[in-house]
Design a protein around this ligand. Structure first.
Ligand SMILES: [Zn+2]
Length: 198
């Protein structure tokens, strides 16, 4: 009889909990529906960035200098370059307002082209703050292409060394364009004897 009684207590206890839970749900329907809806829909750009972040090399990029380290790793391990020791200066000190008049809409400027052992890249902070990760990567590969590979702009196809630079690439297309930059398909060199660089 004692056992039977304690069972009733437990069962009625459970029923009470269910009723309380239901009541509290009924009282706050707006809150629960607000929690369910967001975070489901991602933009194409966000989905693209997730694919880049999952890549073992691009996924390690956190600081500005990390872009150079990733560029160096890919160039040296996959395309046979030896970039040697470089004095690296990559800063976001440009803005749309303070870019010089010839390049007032420049997203980035490479000052180290044709200078051995010097990487000197200025990034436009206004553009940078609005760019997705994969667009930042395109911009940095473009500027490091100028600065380290001495690559000039090319015309015609939608390549990393085009100007204006491409908006965004899916990861597989970026890797193809990256290969064509490093392997020379899309590489036209600056004339480093030009007084502009001296
Ligand atoms: Zn350029």
């Amino acid at each position: 009889m004692k056992k039977y009684f304690s069972k009733i207590v437990i069962v009625s206890g459970i029923i009470t909990v269910i009723i309380i839970t239901r009541c509290s749900n009924d009282e706050t329907p707006e809150t629960s529906s607000e929690i369910v809806v967001p975070n489901i829909i991602k933009t194409e750009s966000q989905l693209r960035d997730e694919a880049y972040r999952a890549d073992p090399i691009y996924g390690n990029i956190k600081t500005l200098d990390d872009y150079w380290l990733a560029f160096k790793t890919i160039g040296e391990t996959q395309y046979g370059y030896d970039f040697g020791n470089q004095e690296v200066k990559i800063i976001t000190d440009l803005t749309i307002a303070n870019s010089d008049s010839n390049r007032d809409d420049a997203a980035g400027i490479a000052f180290g082209s044709c200078k051995e052992g010097v990487i000197d890249v200025a990034i436009n902070a206004d553009y940078w703050s609005e760019y997705s990760f994969n667009r930042r990567l395109i911009l940095m590969w473009h500027e490091l292409g100028h600065d380290v590979l001495n690559a000039a702009h090319i015309e015609g196809e939608r390549a990393i060394m085009n100007t204006p630079i491409p908006d965004e690439y899916d990861l597989d297309i970026f890797k193809k364009e990256e290969a064509e930059l490093f392997n020379g398909t899309d590489l036209i060199f600056f004339d480093c004897d030009d007084p502009y660089f001296n």
